[in-house]
Design a protein around this ligand. Structure first.
Ligand SMILES: NC(=O)C1=CN([C@@H]2O[C@H](COP(=O)(O)OP(=O)(O)OC[C@H]3O[C@@H](n4cnc5c(N)ncnc54)[C@H](O)[C@@H]3O)[C@@H](O)[C@H]2O)C=CC1
Ligand SMILES: CC(C)CCC[C@@H](C)[C@H]1CC[C@H]2C3=C(CC[C@]12C)[C@@]1(C)CCC(=O)C[C@@H]1CC3
Length: 343
């Protein structure tokens, strides 16, 4: 899309106050779009942005933000590492249906959903998985369960006059990441990162946030009547699968922490995670506990899960903008507050 074509076009980023959402906002502004943000919370101020505070589950909150909008990016979610079944179903399912209703009422024609490559993951190895893999029959957590439902809702809404596409990133990291890097450092600081889970040879995709943003904007600019991307899902990765524990070790050593050297059997850690899950379930009426080591996180740490992005390369001309080594360095440099000062 030419720069002149972008002028006057309004993009709405639902969840634009979050990690990925704010990076999408910044890149849209750089490319000359007018940008609205819709979020529960105002996490930043920018005179170029029109910020709407509200709950995406309420159509009356959404409609003012949708006036004259060219495309909606929906990247809102409750925190993926929480375990609130009701909230996940409310926001990711009911909320997404509400966004679609509001789009149609406001005359918005394009919706780009941030889905997740994890919609096909159920704790077993996925090696170079394509978008044709079936959805997970037994999702490992409520987050994944509702991301599957959400993607189905959005892709099924695609029609001759309402164009939708789902972008499936995997393992997003980068500046202002609230999940990956802070959780890794917190775990290391707690002395729980002394061991690798499994043999340390499981291969995984980690995707730099700027590459995820690039995939989203490419999709929005290809989302036209008759386009082959309409109603489809696309994996967006760095296209550089890496040993899971090599990636974490680069992040940890980059921030001055020791990388895990020894190994623990995967099955042993998994059994401990399951026992922890049962204990947390029993204690729920007394106290909400969110352990770092859950069956899901342990499985992600001990199995292969990397995906082919050939469909995005072929259909949208996607190509990662930042390679993994540069991305890791940019990320480490962006978290001075997480650096190990005790050495
Ligand atoms: N972080 C990762 O590694 C991956 C994330 N994703 C997807 O990327 C998207 C963005 O994820 P992150 O940026 O990491 O999440 P985040 O937690 O940083 O941002 C989510 C935003 O959604 C907003 N939100 C939540 N409920 C809302 C509601 N009811 N109304 C309005 N706003 C609401 C939050 O306030 C927050 O600003 C999500 O859809 C997630 O499923 C997909 C693959 C990997
Ligand atoms: C405690 C260690 C064993 C793991 C530390 C790193 C983890 C916090 C991250 C490693 C893989 C990440 C991941 C996600 C969140 C953070 C990790 C578990 C997601 C679940 C985020 C939301 C998604 O859509 C899928 C991601 C898969 C990878």
């Amino acid at each position: 899309m030419e720069a002149t074509d972008r002028q006057g076009k309004i993009c709405l980023v639902v969840g634009g106050g979050g990690f990925l959402g704010r990076h999408i906002v910044e890149k849209l502004l750089d490319r000359g779009y007018e940008v609205h943000v819709f979020d529960l919370r105002e996490t930043f101020k920018d005179d170029r942005v029109t910020y709407f505070l509200g709950d995406l589950c309420k159509k009356e909150d959404l409609l003012p933000a949708m006036k004259d909008v060219f495309v909606v990016f929906h990247c809102a979610t409750p925190s993926p590492l929480s375990n609130n079944k009701e909230l996940f179903h409310k926001v990711n399912c009911h909320g997404t249906k509400t966004i679609i209703e509001a789009c149609k009422e406001a005359g918005v024609k394009r919706l780009v959903l941030t889905s997740s490559a994890s919609v096909v993951y159920e704790g077993k190895d996925v090696e170079n998985g394509t978008e044709d893999l079936p959805y997970a029959c037994k999702p490992m957590d409520y987050y994944t369960e509702t991301k599957i439902l959400q993607e189905k809702i959005v892709l099924e809404a695609n029609s001759d006059d309402f164009f939708t596409v789902a972008i499936r990133p995997h393992g997003i990291f980068g500046p202002r990441d609230p999940h990956m890097v802070p959780t890794t450092v917190r775990t290391a600081k707690a002395g729980k990162m002394k061991f690798k889970i499994g043999d340390g040879k499981n291969i995984v995709d980690f995707t730099f946030v700027e590459n995820v943003v690039h995939g989203h904007i490419l999709a929005a600019e290809h989302l036209e009547p008759g386009s082959k991307i309409c109603g489809k899902a696309y994996h967006i990765t760095n296209d550089e699968p890496i040993f899971f524990w090599d990636f974490l070790s680069k992040i940890l050593t980059g921030l001055g922490y020791n990388a895990p050297k020894k190994n623990l059997p995967f099955w042993l850690v998994y059994i401990i995670a399951v026992i922890l899950q049962v204990i947390c379930f029993l204690l729920k009426p007394i106290k909400q506990i969110h352990p770092t080591f859950t069956p899901m996180t342990v499985s992600l740490a001990g199995t292969h899960h990397y995906y082919s992005c050939q469909r995005a390369i072929a259909d949208m001309g996607y190509k990662p903008l930042v390679n993994l080594d540069d991305a890791i360095q940019k990320t480490v440099d962006s978290f001075p507050e997480l650096r190990n000062t005790s050495k």
